[in-house]
Design a protein around this ligand. Structure first.
Ligand code: FMN
Length: 123
C-alpha cells in the first residue's frame, strides 16, 4: 500500500517515515500526480485552503478509485476540530478514517495504523 501525504512543518513526514511503506509527498508545486495502485492519504490538519492540494491530487485522473483510506495528524488542543481535515476527506470520498494521531505520532500510533491498513486486505 502506498502512502500519499502532506506535511508543512515536518510532523507528518516524521510519522510516515516510521511506517516503512512506499511514500509519495504532495507539494503545492505539482499535486497533479497520477497513481495506478492502492494508496492511503495521511494528512495534517489545517484550513481547507492549505490542504486542498490533496483534493487536487485525489481528483487527478483515476486517483480517487485507488484511494482506500485516510489517516490524520493534529493537535488535540483543537478540541472538536481535532483532525478535521482527515475526517472531511474520509467523508467526502467515502473511505474509512483509519487512524488519528498527534503530531509525529507514537510507536503505538504506527502499530495501529499499520494494523488498520493490513485489515483493509490489500498489501
Ligand atoms: C495554523 C495551524 C492550524 C492548525 N489547526 C489544527 C486543527 O484545526 N486541528 C488539529 O487537530 N490540528 C491543527 N493544527 C495542528 C497541526 O495539524 C499538527 O501540528 C500537525 O502535526 C502538523 O503536521 P505537519 O508538520 O506535517 O504540517 C494546526 C496547526 C497550525 C500551525
Amino acid at each position: 500500500m502506498k502512502v500519499v501525504y502532506l506535511s508543512l512543518t515536518g510532523q507528518t513526514r516524521k510519522f510516515v517515515n516510521k511506517l516503512g511503506m512506499d511514500l509519495l509527498e504532495i507539494t503545492p508545486t505539482d499535486p497533479f500526480i497520477t497513481v495506478d495502485e492502492p494508496y492511503i492519504v495521511i494528512t495534517p490538519t489545517y484550513e481547507k485552503e492549505v490542504t486542498e492540494i490533496l483534493n487536487d491530487f485525489i481528483e487527478t485522473e483515476n486517483n480517487q478509485s485507488f484511494l482506500k483510506g485516510v489517516a490524520g495528524g493534529g493537535n488535540i488542543n483543537f478540541g472538536q476540530l481535532f483532525v478535521f481535515t482527515a475526517k472531511d476527506l474520509a467523508r467526502d470520498y467515502n473511505v474509512p478514517l483509519l487512524h488519528s494521531f498527534e503530531f509525529q505520532g507514537s510507536e503505538v500510533d504506527v502499530k495501529k495504523l499499520k494494523k488498520a491498513v493490513d485489515d483493509l486486505g490489500f498489501n
